[in-house]
Design a protein around this ligand. Structure first.
Ligand SMILES: [Zn+2]
Length: 312
């Protein structure tokens, strides 16, 4: 067992007792029940050496539901042991490039990998225009592969759906997806999504400042994946950019401190809080334990410091 799984202690229970998670996930066989895999956990648009951009996938009944499409999402999807041609649903929380830069790329490369079936995509406007423009951007490659490799046309497979308010987004035989509008100025609308399956309830916060709407959406959920900001490190984050003052204000006004992630998780009564979309994501001075300790102040459940390709 130990030979095929890298084990790392990343969870702490309510009493502080350590439990063990599998990371990266087992690539052997399909697990029963609904799976949640973090594909990328680093917040912000700047590509980073050791952490991928925000994305996660929920696998229900063997069908993948991707949430957010940061840089590298297609590669991370494959690294998680999933098959790109099985892509079925893609959700975008909001239109910041760390969440949507590879939206078109995921669709294109899933098709290049053999996708022949419908993909529904869901997110704020202008999702339909973005889908159309992604097809246009890649028109030469798509036309070449249809003619040269006998592939089916891509455009008829894609069904984008624009969401402008909270409520039930979609429901099929495996999952009900509910959205809540969350405050992430100046990007409006920005959504959090809740996935309810037969055996689990999983909420993805998207980007938000501390949010009552998110607390309501996440009420009683098994898992809340929450974006997290480590405020004491903000000055170091902005030190190297010319727009430091503006960026610092955006980070504080539009995101949630790790302490407040704990408050939100406690108020919602979730079982497990997964910290992700770390800002900063690559500051060695901010350790996993520091993130967990900050969230622990206000939350008594299980806390996970998320890692790329971690399965929860
Ligand atoms: Zn954002």
């Amino acid at each position: 067992m130990a030979s095929r799984l890298h084990r790392r202690t990343v969870l702490t229970g309510a009493a502080g007792a350590a439990v063990t998670a599998c990371w990266p996930p087992s690539l052997f066989g399909q697990k029963a029940g609904t799976r949640l895999i973090l594909l990328g956990t680093g917040g912000g648009p700047r590509p980073k050496k050791n952490v991928s951009a925000p994305a996660q996938v929920i696998v229900a009944g063997g069908v993948p539901y991707v949430v957010d499409c940061g840089d590298g999402v297609a590669r991370q999807f494959v690294a998680a042991g999933l098959m790109l041609p099985s892509l079925r649903h893609v959700f975008v929380t909001h239109h910041h490039s760390d969440h949507n830069a590879d939206y078109g790329t995921l669709l294109l490369l899933a098709w290049a990998a053999g996708l022949r079936t419908r993909v529904d995509t869901w997110g704020p406007p202008p999702l339909e225009r973005m889908t159309r423009l992604a097809l246009e951007l890649n028109a030469a490659d798509i036309a070449t592969r249809i003619a040269d490799e006998g592939r089916v046309p891509l455009a008829p497979l894609l069904a984008p759906h624009e969401i402008t308010r909270g409520g039930v987004v979609m429901q099929d035989e495996r999952v009900k997806v509910t959205a809540a509008l969350v405050p992430h100025p100046p990007v409006t609308p920005s959504f959090a999504y809740r996935f309810d399956t037969a055996d689990r309830s999983i909420v993805i916060s998207g980007d938000t400042r501390r949010s009552d709407e998110l607390i309501r959406l996440a009420a009683g959920a098994d898992v809340l994946v929450h974006e997290a900001l480590y405020v004491p490190a903000v000055d170091r984050i902005v030190a190297s950019v010319p727009n430091a003052a503006t960026l610092k204000q955006h980070l504080i006004d539009s995101h949630t401190s790790a302490e407040d992630c704990g408050r939100v998780a406690q108020a919602a009564g979730v079982k497990t809080l997964v910290l992700s979309h770390f800002v900063p994501a690559d500051d060695p001075a901010v350790t996993d334990q520091m993130w967990i300790d900050a969230a622990r102040v206000h939350f008594r459940g299980t806390i996970v410091a998320g890692k790329d390709l971690m399965e929860i």
